[in-house]
Design a protein around this ligand. Structure first.
Ligand code: ZN
Length: 157
């Protein structure tokens, strides 16, 4: 992760740089999740980001726990870390609401200001850098795949 400072300094607004750096350096919920009921792999060939997302969904509805492992650039790792922080304790429907919001805000596919991303707003800095958007959305695509139990790896392509 020697390029953390370079990426953050050049590409992200100062206001949210620290949050991204913090999660990239000290990813939360990193590692394989024992007792996972759902899992998905995400691959972003553009950047070389590769991660596995694990979910433990209780009663088919509540995300009791989540974790991820893998390797990638600072933004992909920070995004996955923020994702796990966000979805633990949520119902599946609420987690998918976050998925929709993040994809909408980061790809500009929805009207601006429709979704309040809270601390996930930190990820919006990538909007100015299209090549980085897929790094930030990778974990979220894996979340969708895991929840929908799609077979095969999720990819940003
Ligand atoms: Zn990346």
């Amino acid at each position: 992760m020697s390029n953390v400072e370079a990426i953050a300094g050049d590409d992200l607004r100062d206001l949210y740089r620290e949050l991204i750096l913090d999660h990239a350096r000290k990813p939360r919920h990193f590692g394989k999740l024992e007792g996972a009921t759902h899992r998905a792999e995400g691959i972003n060939p553009l950047c070389g980001d590769k991660l596995k997302l694990y979910l433990a969904i209780e009663g088919g509805n509540t995300i009791r726990d989540a974790s991820f492992e893998g390797s990638g650039c600072a933004i992909s790792v920070a995004s996955a870390s923020l994702l796990t922080d966000t979805v633990i304790g949520l119902d599946v429907a609420d987690a998918m609401h976050w998925f929709d919001g993040v994809i909408e805000r980061l790809t500009g596919s929805g009207p601006d200001g429709k979704t309040d991303l809270g601390k996930l707003h930190a990820l919006e800095g990538v909007r100015e850098f299209p090549s980085r958007v897929k790094c930030a959305t990778l974990a979220w695509h894996a979340l969708q795949s895991a929840i929908e139990k799609q077979s095969g790896p999720a990819t940003t392509e």
